[in-house]
Design a binder for this molecule. Sequence first.
Ligand code: BGC
Length: 530
Amino acid sequence: MALQAETQAIVTQFDFSDENVNKAVREFLRQMDEGLEKDGTSLSQIPTYVTAVPNGTEQGLYMAVDLGGTNFRVCSIKLNGDGTFNLTANKVPIPKELMVAKTASELFAFLALQIRNFLEEHHGDQFEQHVRRRPTMTAPEGYKDEHVFRMGFTFSFPVQQSGINKGTLIRWTKGFDIPDAVGKDVCALLQEEIDKLHLPVKVAALVNDTVGTLMARSYSSPGKQGAVLGAIFGTGTNGAYVEKLSKLKKPLSGDYDNSTGEMVINTEWGSFDNQLNVLPTTPWDIALDKQTPNPGLQMYEKRISGMFLGEILRLATLDLIKNPKVSFFKDENSASNDWRTTTYIDKSSSLYQEWGLDTSIMSVAAIDESPTLSALRQLLESTLQVHMPAYEDALAFKKIAAAIGRRAARLSAVAIAAIVLQTGKLSDPAHDNEPIDIGVDGSLVEHYPYFTDMIYEALRAVDGIGEQGAKRIRIGIASDGSGVGAALIALVAAGMEKSTDNLLGDLRSGAANASDTAASSDSEEKPTAN
Ligand code: BGC
């Protein structure tokens, strides 16, 4: 009984009522406006220089790379022009030490190497031709423009963009911390390392994963209207939406096409309400924030995204373990355990290590509705070294995990609701009954059971949305958003290249410097004239 009551006391602290959802939506709208007016606000509202969303007819072969979480992805994408695409991809985990490397070039050199491996493996012919031509760089038939891959660079951290392939890193998030890179142009950092390897690749577009998701959803989603929002609920969280240029009051430094009257804005909503005007805060949120390299920042993200939920759960679980009123994950007597044995936690249990609890266990906790919670109990034993957890213990763990997951989903609904309201489409007769399309991606929306259902439940409670409005909001997964979306933006960027752009200049001069070495091994080869 005591365990039930103490569990409930924890669960209640994660409540986020309908009233609180509404209050937070109003504050989100206020902070959105503030971010459109000036720099340095908590919702950054970064202009992306992307002024149109695709319609599915786009065609061509592009490359895309994606840095933003636990893995680095390299892909090539063939857009078929009918809303479909063919994608080839490699994925490698980012070594932990590179996430906190001393210099930016250590990380970016690793990325360039993965690009070379990918080209060798999947585009060998093109790569070979390129390598053979290298020694004759001075000949007019040197690099051919059509052999240079335009690459979209999905870089999912806050970046101050100043053009379609230019942007300086504002700050790292999600456990990355390389101060040397802050304030530098991340496209230039990558291009430099690509050039050192003489790869036929131009970083043509800089893309946040949310912008990519928005593009990908618009390319492949049914219906004439493009998506209004691309959102990520994964390791981190963020959203990009289509805003009217007239509402964007702060000055823009780079060139853009203003014919559509719109621009995609990267909200960087992970930092919504860093000042904690409306965000709910438990003792475990406070403890978690202190453990991160960026305390006081990304406060919304730290309550929502996959990187943090497991740690909140671990901290709350530890408090219950230490609570003298209950015996949780331990038994006084085997008679009180349904296995008729004694539960205990191994001293080396990852429950005792910071970040030791992987958020994925929350999905199993949510999905296991079996009478004995057997799947969850097995996992508690195998991943957290809790020996023979009793049914009551597993149930308590399940309830706390569910409360944390539910709060995350309801908080996620706040951003979605605010952006839907900001578009004005629900109240505009010109858009009567049209679906309002939202592309989402990330481990929470993909794998956490009922995450989207819980978002809808909260959306229905929002003033100005309600039952009817929620029915019009169509939330759909945009898989591979960051790859396909980056390719689509590289396509837009290719269209913007001027004939005066010295696209191959850097590659040529880089290769010319290296041609002495290359000439000795390749000098027998004839240049390929094409
Ligand atoms: C970053 C965003 C990104 C989001 C999702 C956040 O930590 O600041 O730029 O879009 O994670 O990957």
